[in-house]
Ligand binder design. Structure first.
Ligand code: ZN
Length: 478
């Protein structure tokens, strides 16, 4: 493995130097010092090369990673700001080493028209602490071409058209009808923008749920088991449809929530056919919902979804071998009041778990345990999402790239605690676990947004992470 590409020292003084650390990229690692000016890395030099800078950050003993790019987060604004808002979500990002965060469209009103998307973009412009984008709801075909010109990196469709609940899957974001889904694939394709889909076979789910309810089973256990029924059938059949629609239309597809061995096998086959599909895993699939003891202990607080343990090894293998391209959070905060009803009725609790602040440390811990290489963690959390979603300036530590960086202490072990959660809620399902690998400092385009345990970034610093349309941003080769 090679380390970062070294350059000469900059000619003039830089704003910031980072010295003494070890730079880690998807390709390798080596000690190197960085000079940063005007938001970008201007030089990557051999350790000890004289650098003139207004501020020097001492990174001795630390590793320097490209900041995480989370393409799947629920910031809850507008509409649900009692759970989270743009400022609180992106502050948690800063603390978690996340330098770019894409917001999902299940807000109120959902950004499924150009007018609504424009309003949301304006809101983010003054509120975000880290860089951001918005995954527009691609549910109204007539609106898709106009929204495609607004700097977005993805469209999102939920296949969930939930009969019993209007939150978190409110009208306007979900499409299950296969013909309408085909129309969306046909319409998104020519824009060149990747279509993210939450795979969900609503018809099968309706039948499965009614079976549980008919037997009088409503609690968190029933809810967990319903979503995992028949070895993940609702996930597998939905993924099969989506992969077939992708094959039919050629539209770049991003498959969300990879969590069954059946979907992993389908992804391998799709890749063998040369299909343009990228796939995402969320931390709950390997750190939370895969252990029934967590579900017994935490009830709905542990759910997103139950991911039976038989899937765990196949998922880690898929993360290691590239079948799964990226890790993003599915950060989904809810209040305790919204989770508590789940003990008695899992369907009455809001689904999802917060994770922005602690997922990078959990994957650093997995690297420390030998699950994945540190370089592969960098690829999954940063370089691959940058490549797949066309963020040419991000996801790498090279002269010319945005200075979006996470400084991490791989030797520091800490306990995740509820009291340390940044955001509008005061809990994390990962509380009580000890992880090795801590974020010490986060920079977004050269500005320190987190250090010494404090978020120092300001709302409005974050900018829309607009994809580079001149580059081809297919899934690409690794
Ligand atoms: Zn989500």
């Amino acid at each position: 493995m090679s380390g970062p590409i070294l350059t000469a020292a900059p000619v003039g003084p830089a704003e910031t130097a980072i010295v003494g650390g070890t730079v880690v990229t998807a390709d390798g690692r080596s000690p190197a010092d960085l000079a940063i000016h005007d938001g970008r890395i201007v030089a990557v030099v051999a350790p000890g090369t004289p650098l003139s800078a207004a501020r020097t950050i001492d990174a001795h003993g630390l590793h320097i990673l490209p900041g995480a790019i989370d393409v799947h987060s629920h910031h809850r604004e507008p509409g649900f700001t009692h759970k989270e808002d743009i400022v609180s979500a992106t502050s948690a990002c800063a603390a978690g080493g996340v330098t770019t965060s894409f917001a999902m469209p299940n807000v109120q009103p959902p950004p499924n028209t150009a007018e609504r998307l424009a309003a949301m973009i304006e809101l983010y412009g003054t509120r975000a602490v880290v860089d951001w984008n918005i995954n527009a709801a691609g549910t109204v075909p007539d609106e898709i071409p106009a929204m495609a010109t607004m700097g977005i990196a993805a469209f999102k469709v939920f296949m969930v058209t939930d009969t019993g609940r209007d939150y978190p899957h409110m009208p306007g974001i979900g499409v299950h009808d296969h013909g309408k889904l085909l129309e969306i694939f046909e319409t998104v394709g020519p824009t060149g923008i990747r279509l993210m889909v939450h795979p969900h076979d609503q018809a099968l789910m309706d039948h499965i749920e009614h079976g549980y309810w008919a037997r009088g089973e409503h609690d968190y256990r029933a809810y967990a088991r319903a979503y995992a029924a028949y070895d993940g059938i609702i996930w597998d059949t939905a993924a099969a449809l989506l992969l077939r629609l992708q094959l039919a239309t050629g539209t770049p597809l991003h498959l969300l929530h990879t969590q069954t061995r059946g979907v992993v096998a389908q992804l391998r086959a799709a890749r063998a056919r040369g299909q343009d599909v990228s796939a995402e895993l969320n931390p709950w699939a390997v750190f939370l919902g895969n252990d029934w003891a967590n579900i017994e202990r935490l009830g709905s607080y542990a759910l997103s979804y139950y991911v039976p343990e038989i899937n765990t090894e196949p998922l880690w293998e898929a993360l290691a071998d590239g079948t799964i391209d990226i890790v993003s959070t599915d950060h989904a905060p809810h209040t305790r009041e919204e989770k508590e009803p789940g003990w008695a009725d899992g369907w009455k609790a809001h689904t999802g778990t917060p994770s922005t602040q602690f997922y990078v440390p959990m994957f650093l811990d997995a690297a420390a345990a030998g699950r994945l290489s540190l370089e592969r963690v960098v690829e999954l959390t940063s370089s691959a999402p940058a490549r797949i979603f066309g963020l040419a300036d991000k996801g790498r530590i090279e002269a010319g790239a945005h200075a979006d960086l996470a400084l991490v202490d791989l030797d520091r072990t800490f306990e995740i605690r509820d009291v340390d959660v940044i955001g509008k809620i005061d809990w994390t399902p990962y509380a009580g676990r000890t992880v090795r690998g801590a974020i010490t400092t986060t920079l977004v385009r050269g500005r320190v947004v987190f250090e010494d345990g404090r978020v120092t970034g300001q709302p409005g610093w974050g900018r829309q992470a607009v994809p580079d349309r001149t580059a081809s941003h297919t899934r690409g080769e690794r």
